[in-house]
Design a protein. Structure first.
Length: 261
């Protein structure tokens, strides 16, 4: 499956529509956008004011965009559900139908913890063109446990919208390829770039393959990456490096029970 990874600076539905048009024109079946692509990342107290439910007006517009261009879209926004606000990514299919909704489970820093409620569902997946897509958001992928859980649940492609700022460039350069390698799956990592609200976002969006090789890599500026995902590579990589088969989960129970430091 051909995918597009949008790395950009201007959030909002117009930027998303333009990226979807280009992605479809270049043969992509899935467009992955950065974290909170509709609203921008640095929201502060505006997170609650700009929040919409998963079936709100912004959702309808993205569904129309996906259907008009014939490309699946994974996008993020502040989601309101009753009195709670979540940092959420939603995947809609190329016909505009909802495929999956994931709420960020590991919130990063005081700003996110003040604005959002952490999600409680660790594994969210959907199937598209024979590829099982899993969803995480930014900081989630920096923990080994969620990625391993996706690998064990059969995820072929882990789609990760993110808003990673400098000086943490080692995450897309080192950690994301390592996560892909140790779990034998593809990871698509879509970052923001440039300044916003006092942060300088690092770019370096990528598609990392199950052998740890980076199939596509953006620089520091706006870019639309196009790359191919082949689930058969996952099985081949796992045969060479059988981390999943050689696990000893009986030895890991104390790790899972350990209290926070």
């Amino acid at each position: 499956m051909r995918i597009a990874i949008a790395q950009g600076t201007a959030p909002g539905p117009d930027a998303l529509d333009a990226a979807a048009a280009e992605a479809a024109g270049r043969g992509a079946r899935l467009l992955l956008t950065p974290e909170l692509a509709l609203s921008g990342y640095v929201l502060g107290p505006q997170a609650a004011a700009s929040a919409e439910p998963a079936d709100g007006p912004a959702a309808r517009r993205v569904e129309e965009t996906a259907a008009r261009h014939g490309v699946a879209v994974a996008y993020g926004w502040p989601e309101r559900d009753g009195g709670a606000v979540f940092n959420t990514v939603r995947l809609v299919g190329p016909d505009g139908t909802e495929l999956a909704v994931y709420r960020k489970t590991h919130l990063y820093g005081d700003q996110e913890r003040a604005a959002f409620t952490p999600g409680a569902e660790p594994i969210v997946q959907a199937d598209l063109d024979g590829v099982r897509i899993g969803l995480l958001i930014c900081y989630d992928v920096e923990f080994p446990e969620p990625v391993r859980a996706h690998a064990l649940a059969g995820t072929d492609l882990l789609a990760v919208p993110t808003a990673l700022m400098r000086p943490f460039e080692f995450v897309p350069r080192v950690l994301v390829p390592a996560r892909a390698y140790e779990n034998g799956l593809h990871i698509a990592y879509a970052n923001r770039c440039g300044p916003e609200g006092g942060y300088d976002f690092a770019g370096l969006s990528c598609l990392a393959g199950p052998d740890g090789e980076v199939r596509a890599r953006a620089g520091a500026g706006p870019e639309l990456l196009i790359a191919d995902v082949d689930p058969e590579r996952n099985a081949a990589a796992r045969a060479v490096t059988p981390y999943l088969a050689d696990r000893r989960p009986d030895l890991y129970r104390t790790i899972a029970r350990s209290a926070r430091p």
